[in-house]
Design a protein around this ligand. Structure first.
Ligand SMILES: Nc1ccn([C@H]2C[C@H](O)[C@@H](COP(=O)(O)OP(=O)(O)OP(=O)(O)O)O2)c(=O)n1
Ligand SMILES: [Mg+2]
Ligand SMILES: [Mg+2]
Length: 900
């Protein structure tokens, strides 16, 4: 019957090649195994044949019989479970029957303008952008300061002193300053004018009197009123916040070696150069740090009339945790092991930076709620649950380890505008007008920041099918998020062009306009990236000058910019090109006019050779160069020039060495720290290569951030009016909350229809498994490539797992690693330091990812050998633990245990 009616069948199940699985009965384990496939009863076929059309498979789903098994929560037949179908139209009509709602929502043509004038989130995000400019200007101002040179680079130093400064209840304090009669009363800042117990307006900030009632930032006014009926609500005063924030930054800059503007009321500072006491005198150091914090707090109070709290610590994590402890109107200095213990152990994991609900829940599944629980978990277990990067970060955080430097002078990555409130379209015309307005807003922002972009991403929030009115009035309610991107041929800041692309991407989803609840436009791949990416440190200042110059002479410079935007010719080695991932190839194609270089003598036919290859000579490199000239050729001209220029200098020497050579440079430093009284391995950064060489690596990587590289197919829109294709990809669903952490899941091998109906926990499970398998695959591939053609793998550093040969305190050679271990073990006869154990374990795990299992084996064997005669059981225990952790990791990656 199947064949007669145009179908095909397979006797043996090859999962990815079948569309449906037909069965009248299946065991529970099979059902579990096939849970993400369309498993249907044979009646689906017979009845479809009878009806002469393919009937919806959902009605013939094979349902598990056993009652003990968890039931699949597939949505039931809409007819029976939902008596009356809820539609976006009816919901919107209900809401818009109210005149006030019409005034403040998209039904009002001036909506966007009004929205941005009153949105505090908008204020906070745009203000942050302005802050960056202010910090840059202050930097210029203080650059002439004689101290500034010695001030720099303290984040690279071993002995960092990081300070975190944050205003106490910022918005509320600013408001109370001019309303002294409120100072001892509970006060909150919010939009809400009519303060009722049903108000759904958020509290942006509340003072500490209000907090003593259990009120906190982000709570609704209604809820807060329930907790404290006498709560005083005061309005936003954005201009005041801005002027105080400026003063705040001006003060901080006088004390900072380096500064990161975190938000309107908060900054991170490196203050090493302000502490003069010797580092081995912990007491004197602590006193001096306390005094510095007091001085800064006094200055802030005097200048702004508001209180700020300060946390000080050896890294960002500990400084932030110290601020928590210090609040309100206080300070806390963390500079001993005991302090770290006090700060961290009893905290909830959700108090750690980067741990939100999603990760908090995953940790709960591992029975981890406190930081002290987290510390007991082996690295591999955390990595298996949270992914390699997050697992590693939290493993370190739980031990007070954090090597993140301050982020200063970062070029802007993207410009965007997003509205997720008040979106209720009555018709398509309404929707069209809104998109136009939002596109205009983005274009204006691009122009304001003097950048143009090449990649447009639209983010859509669509009402879930069964979602009723949003709990928050005119909020987006329960939604699914969708994104789609398109790459343009040229850089743009043109509102009409952006509008055209965004509108056609939006329409390609074919959503009813009544169901749209939010829309965002993000423009990325900015032209400033190309101007800056080759050497951020020096060029950042240049860019500021450039921008200043542009403001003085807009017409001339504008012309220059647009010339820059037209496609440059780039010569590429076809072999290099063919080894690039597809996404990078596409990016290069979109950015440059590619000319393929004719190769020197070779027998291999490159896969893609243009009809008229241009001939180019290899750049001349000094005989001691380690840089592959072919890779150099593949770089854009500007980057290549920059590298070659740096090359002539001594610094260039370091820059161009391959990882194998780095020990000779770093070696001179390594013994110094080893011969101090307490050789500590943990202070060294695990992982090879200097930042500079990493920058070169990054040039080859797709420049999109993990979040912009969404798991949605990017339909390429070209200039010839081609509309993006309608939903051809099966996998357009964005897994909210997970995309940030895990990057690309666009290649999920599941049918979108099936996927949509799976309950969330099952989706999570499948995603995890998918990612694990993917990881294993990549790793196997890397390993294979290593043995087959190590040379070519080294030539182009594309994949993070095969970037640099892992190093232990800068050394990679096994002999040197052994000598480090020998010294380490010799100097801690009693028991090892936990941080050092973590460092060794991390090093070994990196080796596992790097597929250098032989070295893993050698290192562990040597450690065992070193501690063989020790009486101290803690060393043996520890070595055993390292062995166990790493074996588990090997097992999870390669499927077999590690034999020592
Ligand atoms: N959900 C939030 C959080 C913060 N903010 C604004 C108002 C805050 O005053 C300011 C600073 O945020 P903080 O997180 O530093 O909070 P506060 O300064 O209000 O309180 P704390 O004393 O805890 O720092 O940013 C906001 O509008 N909405
Ligand atoms: Mg604050
Ligand atoms: Mg803050």
């Amino acid at each position: 019957m199947i064949l007669q009616h145009g179908g095909d069948y397979q006797h043996y199940l090859k999962k990815l090649s079948v569309t449906h699985i037909i069965a009248s009965n299946l065991t529970n384990s099979k059902l579990q195994e096939f849970r993400s496939y369309k498993v249907v009863r044979p009646e689906w076929i017979t009845e479809s044949v009878q009806a002469q059309q393919m009937l919806p498979w959902q009605n013939y789903r094979l349902v598990p019989r056993a009652t003990t098994q968890r039931e699949l929560l597939f949505s039931r037949d809409k007819e029976t479970s939902i008596p009356e179908k809820i539609t976006g139209e009816s919901l919107n009509a209900d809401v818009l029957a109210n005149d006030w709602a019409r005034q403040v929502s998209t039904a009002n043509p001036t909506f966007i303008k009004r929205y941005y004038e009153t949105s505090r989130l908008h204020y906070l995000s745009t203000w942050k952008e302005e802050l960056k400019d202010i910090v840059d200007k202050l930097e210029q101002k203080y650059k002439s300061d004689a101290n500034s040179l010695s001030r720099k680079n303290s984040s690279a130093a071993h002995n960092r002193i990081v300070m975190h400064v944050d205003f106490d209840c910022f918005f509320a304090s600013v408001g109370i300053k001019d309303r002294p009669h409120l100072s001892s009363l509970p006060v909150a800042v919010s939009h809400s004018k009519t303060v009722s117990e049903t108000s759904s307006s958020d509290i942006a900030s509340c003072n500490y009197v209000a907090r003593s009632f259990g009120i906190h930032n982000g709570m609704t006014i209604g809820m807060a009123k329930g907790l404290c009926p006498t709560l005083q609500v005061i309005p936003y005063e954005f201009d005041k916040y801005k002027s105080i924030s400026k003063k705040f930054y001006e003060i901080l800059f006088q004390y900072a070696d380096e500064m990161q503007a975190v938000s309107v009321d908060e900054a991170l500072l490196e203050v090493r150069s302000h502490i003069t006491q010797p580092k081995d005198d912990a007491c004197a150091q602590k006193e001096e740090q306390e005094a510095l914090a007091t001085a800064i707090r006094d200055a802030i109070r005097q200048e702004t009339g508001c209180e700020a709290s300060i946390g000080v610590g050896p890294n960002i994590l500990l400084a932030r945790m110290s601020t928590k402890r210090a609040k309100p109107a206080g300070q806390y200095v963390c500079n001993s092991k005991q302090d770290i213990e006090d700060l961290l152990a009893s905290q909830n994991v959700t108090d750690l930076p980067g741990v939100g609900y999603a990760i908090g829940d995953k940790l709960k599944e591992l029975n981890v709620t406190l930081v002290s629980d987290l510390r007991k978990k082996p690295l591999y277990e955390l990595q298996a649950k949270l992914g390699a990067k997050m697992g590693q970060t939290l493993y370190n955080f739980s031990r007070g380890i954090d090597d993140r430097p301050l982020i200063t002078n970062q070029p802007r990555q993207s410009v965007s505008a997003e509205v997720n409130w008040g979106v209720r379209f009555e018709n398509e015309e309404n929707e069209r007008g809104f998109v136009e307005g939002l596109a205009k807003e983005v274009a204006e922002r691009l122009q304001k920041h003097n950048v143009k972009g090449k990649n447009i991403t639209v983010k859509i929030l669509k009402r879930k099918d069964d979602a009723t009115q949003a709990a928050k009035h005119l909020g987006h309610g329960r939604v699914d998020a969708f994104t789609k991107s398109c790459a343009l041929g040229n850089f743009t800041d043109d509102a009409a062009l952006i509008n055209k692309h965004v509108y056609s991407m939006l329409r390609s989803f074919q959503f009813s306009s009544a169901d749209i609840r939010g829309l965002g436009i993000h423009v990325s791949k900015l032209d400033n990236q190309e101007r800056l990416s080759s050497d951020q440190e020096t060029l950042n200042f240049k860019s500021r000058n450039e921008i200043d110059a542009q403001q003085r002479q807009p017409s001339i410079e504008k012309g220059d910019l647009s010339r820059q935007a037209s496609k440059e010719i780039m010569e590429v080695d076809p072999f290099v090109y063919n080894e690039l991932p597809h996404s990078v190839q596409k990016e290069l194609e979109a950015t440059y006019n590619l000319k393929f270089k004719k190769l020197l003598a070779t027998n291999d036919e490159p896969k893609k050779i243009p009809e008229q290859p241009a001939i180019s000579t290899l750049p001349e490199l000094p005989p001691w160069s380690q840089l592959d000239p072919l890779s150099l050729l593949a770089l854009p001209n500007e980057m290549r020039d920059q590298i070659l220029k740096t090359y002539g200098t001594k610094e260039g020497d370091t820059l161009l060495k391959t990882p194998q050579d780095t020990p000779t440079i770093q070696k001179s430093r390594a013994p110094a720290s080893l011969h101090t009284k307490t050789p500590r391995l943990s202070s060294a950064k695990v992982g090879g290569g200097s930042n500079r060489s990493r920058t070169i690596t990054q040039m080859f990587q797709p420049s999109a951030s993990p979040s912009s590289r969404s798991n949605v197919s990017s339909s390429s829109v070209t200039n010839n009016n081609e509309t993006p294709t309608t939903r051809t990809s099966r996998f357009q669903y964005v897994f909210q909350g997970q995309e940030e952490e895990n990057g690309d899941d666009g290649d999920l091998p599941y049918d979108a229809e099936v996927w949509k109906e799976l309950p969330q926990d099952m989706k999570d499970e499948l995603l995890e498994e998918h990612r694990r398998l993917k990881r294993v695959k990549i790793e196997q591939k890397v390993q294979k490539e290593h043995s087959v053609s190590r040379e070519s793998a080294q030539r182009i550093d594309l994949h993070p797992y095969r970037t640099k040969e892992p190093s232990l305190q800068g050394v990679t050679d096994i002999k040197e690693v052994r000598s480090l271990l020998r010294e380490w073990v010799a100097s801690y006869k009693e028991s090892p330091e936990a941080e050092d154990v973590a460092t060794i374990t991390n090093y070994l795990i990196e080796l596992v990812y790097h597929a250098d299992l032989e070295k893993v084996r050698l290192v562990i064997a040597y450690l065992m050998y070193l501690v063989r005669d020790f009486d101290s059981s803690s060393w043996k225990l520890c070595t055993g633990q390292i062995h166990e952790t790493v074996s588990e990791m090997v097992k999870s990656v390669y499927g077999c245990p590690l034999c020592i």
